[in-house]
Design a binder for this molecule. Structure first.
Ligand code: ADE
Length: 254
């Protein structure tokens, strides 16, 4: 999969993709990430990329022409590239949207700065607008990084065989069960005995129950969307009866 990032600050992208899983995915050529400096597509001596807004008001607006030329130069190589503009006004990113984006072979990620882009950029060049949450960043660059990370790890071969995106929280609309590793006893806080039992069906049942409990407490909205079996519904009834969930759901009394 190819990601072309259109930005005024290409240096912001130099280190985040060198490390760990994405670094390896780039090395293995499973993903290709390229930054394109919008300023390189200006034609004037001063390489002006922004201007004051028509109608007055504060701040600067990113000009349409350099962005148009930058997008067109990518599209001339691949007309089917999908153009995403990162903006708090966009559709909010979630796992389903990440999965949807991962089916595309080429994304152009347009990062805005200042008061945003001239409206004609959206009208004429943007296929989809995406927000990474209800807060305002100083620009779309961090949002583009988030999208590349969330999408790349869903691509075949990017995660090792021992890590699977299908176990993720949200993949099955449930939050993940608690995980433990050695030591068994850390300052008096012990690993649940069932995990040491070697009884795989008891472990699976415990994990499913904990996933349900955690989702119920922290994200009841997700439960409504979850694909629950009759067994799950029974477990949920038990959990509700138990009355053992404290305020934050981080611990329970069992
Ligand atoms: N640019 C500024 N804030 C943003 C956000 N929350 N999501 C995507 N792009 C942005």
């Amino acid at each position: 999969m190819r990601f072309d990032i259109l930005t005024l600050f290409p240096n912001m992208f130099s280190s985040p993709f060198q490390e760990s899983i994405l670094g390896k995915a780039i090395e293995k050529e499973l993903i290709h990430i390229r930054t394109i400096n919008i300023r390189d597509f200006t034609l004037d001596k001063h390489q002006v990329v922004d201007d004051t807004p028509y109608g007055g008001g504060q701040g600067m607006v990113m000009k349409v022409e350099p962005i148009a030329r930058a997008i067109e130069s990518v599209k001339s190589q691949n007309p089917s590239a999908w153009t995403v503009y990162l903006t708090p006004q966009g559709k909010q990113l979630n796992q389903e949207l990440a999965l949807n984006l991962s089916s595309r072979s080429h994304l152009i990620l347009l990062c805005g700065r200042y008061e945003g882009v001239d409206e004609r950029v959206r009208e004429l060049f943007v296929d989809e607008e995406i927000s990474i949450g209800d807060y305002v960043l100083t620009g779309g660059e961090l949002a583009a990084m988030v999208i590349i990370d969330a999408v790349s790890r869903l691509l075949p071969g990017v995660l090792g065989s021992d890590q699977s995106a299908t176990d993720d929280s949200f993949f099955n609309s449930l939050l993940e069960y608690p995980q433990y590793t050695r030591p068994f006893d850390f300052r008096g806080s012990c690993v649940p005995e069932v995990l040491l039992s070697g009884n795989h069906s008891a472990i699976s049942l415990w994990r499913r129950r904990e996933a349900l409990k955690r989702t119920l407490v922290r994200r009841p909205d997700l439960l409504a969307k979850a694909n629950l079996s009759n067994e799950d519904k029974k477990l949920l009834e038990e959990i509700l009866k138990e009355n053992s969930i404290d305020d934050c759901g981080l611990r329970n009394s069992d």
